[in-house]
Write a protein that binds this ligand. Sequence first.
Ligand code: BGC
Length: 896
Amino acid sequence: MIRLSLCVFFASAQLLVFAQLRPAHLLCENLSNPLCIDAAAPRFTWQLTGQTARDVKQTAYELRVATDKSFREVTWSPGKIASDSSVQVAYRGPALRSGVAYYWQVRVWDNKGHASKWSELQTWRMGLLHPEDWTASWIEPGYDEDPVMRPSPLFRKAFNLHKTVKTAIAYITSHGMYEAYLNGKRIGDACLAPGWTSYNKRLQYQAYDVTSLLRNGDNALGAMIGSGWYRSHLAWENQKDVYGKTCGLLLQMVVTYDDGSTETIQTDNTWKSATGEVTYSEIYNGEIIDARKDAGPWTTAGFDDHAWSGVRLPGTPRDNLVATWNEPVRKHEVFHPQRIFRTPKGELVVDFGQNLVGWAHLTVNGKAGDSIKLFHAEVLDKEGNFYTTNLRVAKQEDIYVLKGGQTETFEPHFTWQGFRYVRVEGFPGDLKPENLEATALYSDMPKTGSFTCSNALINQLQHNIEWGQRGNFLDVPTDCPQRDERLGWTGDAQVFSRTASFIRGVDNFFAKWLRDVAADQFPSGAVPHVIPNVLGKNDGGSAGWSDVATIVPWNMYLAYGDRRILEDQYESMKAWVGFMEQHSRDYLWNTGGHFGDWLSYEGANTDQYLIAQCFFAHSTQLVIDAAEVLGRQDDVNKYTALLKNVKDAFLREYATPDGRLISNTQTAYVLALQFDMLPENVRMADVGRLVDNIKDYKDHLTTGFLGTPYLCHVLSRFGRSDVAYTLLFQDTYPSWLFPVHMGATTIWERWDGQKPDSTFEDAGMNSFNHYAYGAIGDWMYRVSAGIDTYDDAPGYKKIRIMPHLTDKLDFVQADLDTYYGTVASHWKRSGDAINLDVTIPANTSADIYVPAADATAIAESGTALNLHPEIKILRKEGNYMVLSVGSGEYHFVCKE
Ligand code: BGC
């Protein structure tokens, strides 16, 4: 009896605790406890948790920042502020100091009369803010390098610490990619660090807390450097050494002792250099590791380095160093062989079942000098043979030479491959499943979205979109991960950016890359085709590609409410519109070379200048929108006038008075409708033309890179979601499901990468992992499931739930983790009723479009709507009843 009442007591005490208002999911600069921030005013984000009641809103918050955990040394404590801001609230205290760790907490009040306790203690550390904070010198190998193989240099330094260490932070970057070690242990778990930026202008360094790796007495630091993006072959013209010829290291470790004194161990002329087992490493070609050349325990203190060379100090300036903004590339999923088999040609091949980006990990026993070659391919050809012609000159080949006498394991360090199949040559004995596994590598962006529905093919399409993002968000958004490109193609990135923001948290990923967009933008305002710009030439300015400068900042603003991206990119946005204005006559921009509606269906060619004019208008509109957010009224006026002229020029040149366009293509009508190029009175006629065109192609799309992202959106906006679903469900070429039908596990570059008869498209350009056509993912979340935000309350501060139902599906379920919390929209048909389950996070509000004839046809959690005073009935709109709600979980049952 006593036990029972104790249980009841504890259970209810737990409930009480659980029901307490609590700020959680605390972020600084969108990251959890980051170690190097160089934003002058870091921003704090928190979610209101612990309240299950409906319509919870924050009414006030209080933030405090200190340099100690008990808040005795308070840096900033502005007191209680009446506000509902809980996302990206900027620090406004005194200037923050280089290398200092700050602690912060927040507490909140809500509209139900609750006050929270202080949140859990959070921390962030400022980076090295000024060039003079860097006392380390760049070091380069002291030996003469083999100019052909260019083995990966090793750097090391032994040192002694004679006091007890309180904290130690290592700041590291490199020319090339690095792996750093302290006392034999890997520092951090980032791969391909320091990532890729426009190195000459902006080189990111990383900070690591290495306190636990240090010990009293003898210690050693080591780093191995691979050629990486710095000097590997890049692009297709056999160019290399884009940023420099020689690999280098910059490392500064600041040790703080228990007694408060500090010491800095850093790269300087006391370091040693040598080469080791990585005898060759190139991004496209792969890596060679000769274990016989293993340098031994070279990252430990006792290692004898007397035979090693010294180092050179090239005197490289340190004024291009910036803190790392984005999540590092890390190892993720591990795949095991699904099948080990001989192809008709007799080659030994392993199938991992998923086209992925990363590398294979080999475990092997053999003799010294045995050489095992791993070749990588995305597909098998029609006959079932290993197919690599589409890699062009990229070899994607890793070679391992054994030391012998023990079980050895290998994986590359400074390269990656795009593959599903691995061909193995030279393996001693029988290859078993346990000998090979595949590891996926990608930027460690948090997973935020999930979309599932009642159709397995559509779910596979969603899977393929997600894997397109995983594989190609490798520190920069790349076109593809396998052939001799793997570049930050701007057009591809802009078309996919909104979709990407549903699947994963890409706020910091794009914020970082957009800085390179601005840094590499030509003085004319044109944006190079790839960012970082390794094509070098003065070409850029292609419509739909250069518009990355306006489209991605705006998409990030919508997805995350990130106003600072708009502030930071504003000049770059204007510069791009300035370029188009400069290059137009009478506001008609019909000059220059353009990629056009890249890879559209053969014959469905859209006039490239018609497309250019549409994007001219769209980018101008986005500058107006950004100017409004930033309060730049002069610019609002100026660009509004420009926009009118641009649209007038479009009508003069490309449309008849009744709206017929000079190109009778889906893309022409889609772009004209999406960007409001046409007067209202002809729009429905053009929707008709678009639908007719789709019918002419027997319910197939014909759009390329630029038309595809907007195709279904335009149809839905003008009331033709039925046609959008017809296109989505089409499974013959060209369509989204055709590749799924052919067994694709990623999105293909071309609608028919592999043709219905299983032969391939032209190998000159045929990637099987190109995310651009995956842009349909945005429509699946925003329209099919119906989760969207509002331009004037972005980042899901105000949410719109407006699912578009179809008879073709029994249910759709989408969830999205926003900065406020999870938004969910799940709809399901049961008999002639529809269930709509919606989750709206605290401190937001939503308009929910319930598919119902009228309010009496809707029940919520089993009771009629009029018994729910917290749900306001706004209006009837089309086939929906529009309801206004605050946070909470809602379970509607309704009849259409
Ligand atoms: C890339 C693209 C890119 C295109 C430019 C290709 O080689 O892989 O995806 O956008 O060139 O047209």
